[in-house]
Structure formats: C-alpha cells, structure tokens
Design a protein around this ligand. Structure first.
Ligand code: GDP
Ligand code: MG
Length: 342
C-alpha cells in the first residue's frame, strides 16, 4: 500500500484509534493469566429468537501466531490442537460459543503454506480459501509489532467484501505499549481493517473483550446450533487430533509434519470408549522416533492422549496405538484424499 505516512497529530481518526486500542481497556493484557481453557463457559440464558445473532468468524494468519490458542480460548474448551511446531492444524476445525444473544461459529484454518507445493499443501490452501469466503467476520491474527512477507501473503488473499479485524496477538510479549503506536499506524495503511485489537489469546479478560467487539459484525438471525454445543466435530475426529497433538509435542522438531493419525476403531461400551489408532509416518526412520527406546515414546503419547480424552468426555478411555510407514503419501493426491484432507 502506498498511502503517505501521516504525522500522528494531523489525523484525528487515527489518533482516536490509537488512544482507543492502546488506552486503558487494554491494561489487563499483560497481567498474569489463568488458563482460559480451564475456565467454565457460562451457561447460555434463554434468548428471544427475534433478538438472536448468529454468524461465522474465520481465524486466519500465518503459522504460529496463536490461532488455535485463540480458538480454544474463545470456545472455552480445547477443540483445536496447539503446538510449537508449525502446521499442526490440517483440518478446517469449527468451534462455537453462545454469549448472551450472540452465537459465534468459529472456523480455524491452517496457516498458508508458501514453501512447499506438494499435494498436501495444495489441499490445505483450498481449505483456507474456502473457509474465508462465506464468513461474516475475519480475525486476521499477527504477532503484535510484527508483520513480514508471510503475513502479507495471507492478508493479500482475504476477500474485500468481508470485514477484517486485526488481532495483534501476544501483546503480553510487548514490554512498552507505546512502542506499538507506530506499528499500528503502519498496519492501518496496509488494509482498511474494521478494528484493531491488541490482545493476548491467553488472557481471559481479552477474550471477553474480543467477544463484545465481534458481536456487532454478526447478522441478526436465529441461532443455528444448540447454545450449549461447543463443536460439531465428531468424537472420532477429536481422538485423532488429540493423538496428533501429543505426537508433535513429544517428538519435537524431529518428526516431519506429514505424519498423520487414522482412527481404526471407535467403540462404546457403556461409559467406556475403546479406540484403536494408527500413526502413519513417511519413513522407516520416523517409526523409530515415534516408538522410542523400548516403546517409551509411543507409550507416553498414548497415555497423555488418553488422559486428555478422558477429561474431555468425562468417561473412561481405552486407547491402542499402532505405527505404520506409508512412504511418500504427502506427494500423492489420491492418498491425501483418502486420509480425509479435502
Ligand atoms: P497457530 O499455529 O497460529 O495455531 O498457533 P498456536 O495457537 O499453535 O500457538 C503457537 C504458539 O504461540 C504456542 O506456543 C502458544 O502457546 C503461543 N501463544 C499463543 N497465543 C499467545 C499469547 O497471547 N501470548 C504468548 N506469549 N504466547 C502465545
Ligand atoms: Mg493452529
């Protein structure tokens, strides 16, 4: 964008925006926080359908800016996996949350893949583009004070007819709030953002504030989902995501992101769920990384995934894990489809 730099004192709109977003109501952003995922979502009150609002909100941004963390905090429960490793979110994951008269339906998206052109990444990009065209509001997430080529690339792909809110996440890592003013000014010149929200996805107060800022962008129409629902994803899917998260967490950067998890069996016996899953890796060498010495690593992946699933569903879980090598599947269109990435 080529708009000339504006001296701070000559643009009242811009000064008002800076005063608003850097003003008093963001003071809590850097405060020590509780785990937002652990906070019980308040029960929805009955609301007259004539007063209900309901709409789709897409969360976009390059990998690692905090999209999954934000989605989980907004939904109040873990529906999207997070990890330090980029590209762990492959599916279009929706979570939902009803706050007062407004039902927010969230769409999480994988980061835009710019470096690899293989079939898996082409499928990922299609998911992202499909997700943002039919939404009411886009939350464009960046790290506060940072904007590089990867951010610019995501921004350039957003549709012009949907309001975009700039979420300057990880605000807790910015030590002096005033330092953000010139950056916010430069961001204002990049895109006609509907709002500027410096915040921390890990601060419950910021999450509450974000709900109230987003509300007016959602159309007035009856809710589409039960107000108590938090996700439309199946338990099967949640199980595979949970195993995948533990897999990435416990293998660190050694394991390529092309490994995946398939649920072979999902059975319920009273209050017990019996699950068998296969971790599919690309090379024989990766198999050893996942299994670990004397099966230690695989055992830990299974134990941690099982414990989280038991907490999530409040029932007993029996989880059996297998590891298989499926060489080169990330480069083969047919195989990518057969694993469910469309
Ligand atoms: P995604 O790839 O955009 O979905 O990013 P994730 O949600 O997986 O987050 C990437 C990393 O950033 C994780 O280690 C998060 O804990 C961390 N993170 C997310 N939000 C914040 C935040 O507001 N402040 C800080 N300090 N870290 C954050
Ligand atoms: Mg993610």
């Amino acid at each position: 964008m080529s708009a000339p730099a504006t001296p701070p004192s000559s643009n009242p709109d811009l000064d008002a925006m800076l005063a608003r977003v850097l003003g008093k109501d963001t003071a809590d952003a850097a405060a020590p926080t509780r785990d937002p995922v652990a906070d019980e979502p308040p029960a929805a009150e009955p609301v007259d359908p004539a007063e209900q609002r309901c709409g789709y909100v897409a969360i976009v941004g390059k990998p690692n800016v905090g999209k999954s963390t934000l989605l989980n905090a907004l939904v109040g429960q873990k529906v999207s996996i997070t990890s330090r490793k980029a590209q762990t979110t492959r599916h279009r994951i929706t979570g939902m949350r009803t706050v007062g008269p407004t039902q927010f339906v969230f769409v999480d998206t994988p980061g835009f893949q710019t470096r690899h052109g293989n079939a898996l990444n082409r499928a990922l990009n299609k998911t992202v583009l499909g997700a943002v065209n039919d939404v009411d509001l886009i939350l464009f997430v960046v790290e506060a004070g940072h904007f590089n080529l990867a951010d610019a690339k995501v921004l350039s792909l957003l549709p012009a007819n949907v309001p975009v809110m700039l979420v300057a996440n990880k605000f807790d890592l910015v030590h002096r709030r005033g330092d953000l003013a010139p950056w916010l000014r430069s961001m204002q010149e990049r895109h006609p953002f509907a709002e500027f929200v410096p915040m921390s996805a890990k601060a419950p107060k910021d999450i509450q504030r974000l709900f109230s800022i987003c509300e007016k962008y959602l159309p007035q129409q009856p809710w589409m989902h039960d107000p108590d629902d938090l996700t439309d994803r199946s338990e099967r899917f949640m199980a595979s995501e949970m195993v995948r998260e533990k897999l990435f967490r416990l293998t660190g950067d050694e394991l390529p992101y092309t490994s995946t998890v398939i649920i072979d069996k999902f059975e319920e016996e009273g209050t017990l769920k019996r699950i068998a899953a296969t971790i599919v890796v690309e090379r024989e060498g990766h198999k050893g990384m996942v299994i670990g010495e004397k099966g230690e690593k695989l055992k830990r992946i299974g134990t941690e995934a099982r414990q989280e699933l038991e907490k999530l569903w409040d029932c007993k879980v029996f989880l059996e894990l297998w590891v298989k090598v499926r060489s080169g599947w990330a480069d083969d269109d047919a195989r990518v489809r057969s694993f469910g990435y469309e």
